[in-house]
Each structure stands twice: as structure tokens, then as C-alpha cells.
Design a protein around this ligand. Structure first.
Ligand SMILES: [Zn+2]
Length: 96
């Protein structure tokens, strides 16, 4: 992530990710606040991530065990995936 004020680059760590459920981050260099804005690439990444799970659940709906396994895998991956997509496809913008 790049600070929109001072151009300082910093990583979206788990600590930062979990402390900022609404995507507001404080730059470790200049201490100014900015927030991550949504981009179409971020939404595309989310859709690409969700689709296989949705398809798997539709096809496996007759088996409770298999759909449960798919749901557990989904829950294990959803936060790492979202954190990755946030740092990769969202951009920090100044907060007015
Ligand atoms: Zn900064």
C-alpha cells in the first residue's frame, strides 16, 4: 500500500488488516490517515474467488458432508484472500 500523502509504501499486515475493518489506515511514516477505496479489479478478484465455491455448493447440494467441507475451506480462505486482494487491488486515498 502506498500512502497518498508522502508516497511511503507499507505492507498490509494481519495486524493492520484486522484493526481496520473499514479500510482506514494510518501511515507509519507521516501518521496521516487514508482509506482504501474499492476498485473494479478488487470486485473482479472477489467474484473470481467466490464463483468456484458457489458452483461447488450448487453441484454438491445433495451431500451435507461435501457442502460442509466446501464451506469450511471457504471460511479458511476468505480472510487471507480478502487481505491479499485489498493490498493488491485497492488504493489508499486521502480522507477529507
Ligand atoms: Zn505517509
Amino acid at each position: 500500500m502506498k500512502c497518498p500523502y508522502c508516497e511511503h509504501e507499507f505492507k498490509l499486515t494481519w495486524k493492520r488488516y484486522l484493526k481496520a475493518p473499514f479500510g482506514k489506515h494510518t501511515c507509519p511514516n507521516c501518521n496521516k490517515k487514508s482509506k482504501l477505496n474499492y476498485t473494479s479489479k478488487y470486485f473482479a478478484a472477489i467474484v473470481v474467488f467466490f464463483l468456484p465455491f458457489l458452483i461447488a455448493i450448487i453441484f454438491l447440494h445433495s451431500s451435507l458432508v461435501l457442502t460442509s467441507v466446501v464451506k469450511i475451506i471457504f471460511l479458511l480462505l476468505v480472510f487471507p484472500m480478502d487481505r491479499w486482494a485489498e493490498s493488491k487491488f485497492k488504493k489508499l486515498v486521502p480522507i477529507e
